[in-house]
Design a protein around this ligand. Structure first.
Ligand code: DGP
Length: 214
């Protein structure tokens, strides 16, 4: 029936995971595969370095400027909030969004500097809640084999281990934990299956808000 087709919304699908777990590669492949299956899909990356806020974040990550830990935390958060109107519009038009990092990275990274986790979560309360979170895991020795860390801030193993611990605290029951230590194609097949299921399931569900004030 055409009226129900028109009202079907897209799914909000987030990929999180440790660095070098292949999130970006998998996000791009997933968008293409969903399109091949006749679904409307678009890639969203956080941080989005193309906006004014994103360009400050880019300078910060490249060690070109210094900012108070909480100030940069709020900019990462604002960088997600500034995308919300576009995200809501696309979702309501039936486009599924494949999101490379989200508020979970926001909290996991800032809290790894020693800031209180609840305080870190505060600025992201109320963002659109993902319909599906896929968390890619990779043992640190496997991540190290894939490529050397570059010169960006945060690219150190001890820091990344703290980040991984924080992700464990943030993990919710319905997250799909996927071992990234497989070939690109094997991983893609698994992720596509999870995503197709989410696209079907989410189409007539309301979009809920992320987290709550406690
Ligand atoms: P990427 O462009 O995905 O490589 O991410 C750049 C770096 O920024 C990466 O080390 C993870 C980190 N990052 C991503 N989102 C956030 C955030 O919201 N807050 C903080 N503090 N760091 C983040």
């Amino acid at each position: 029936r055409s009226y129900s087709m028109a009202s079907a919304r897209g799914a909000l699908i987030v990929l999180e995971g440790v660095d070098h777990s292949g999130k970006t590669t998998q996000c791009m492949k997933l968008v293409e595969a969903l399109k091949k299956h006749g679904k409307k899909a678009e890639l969203i990356r956080f941080p989005d370095r193309t906006t004014a806020i994103g360009s400050v974040i880019n300078d910060y990550l490249g060690n070109k400027c210094e900012l108070h830990d909480f100030a940069i935390h709020l900019l990462f958060s604002a960088n997600r909030w500034e995308a919300v109107p576009r995200m809501e519009k696309l979702l309501s038009e039936g486009t599924s969004l494949i999101v490379d990092r989200y508020a979970y990275s926001g909290v996991a990274f800032t809290a790894a500097k020693g800031l209180d986790m609840k305080r870190c979560q505060h600025s992201d309360i109320g963002l659109p809640r993902p319909d599906l979170v896929i968390y890619l895991t990779l043992p640190p020795e496997e991540a190290a084999k894939r490529s050397e860390y570059g010169g960006e801030r945060y690219e150190q193993t001890d820091f990344q281990e703290k980040v991984a611990e924080n992700f464990k605290v943030l993990q919710e029951k319905d997250w799909k934990i996927v071992n990234a230590n497989q070939t690109i194609e094997e991983l893609h097949t698994h992720i596509l299956e999870l995503a197709m299921e989410a696209v079907t399931k989410s189409s007539c569900q309301p979009i809920l808000p992320l987290w709550k004030h406690t």
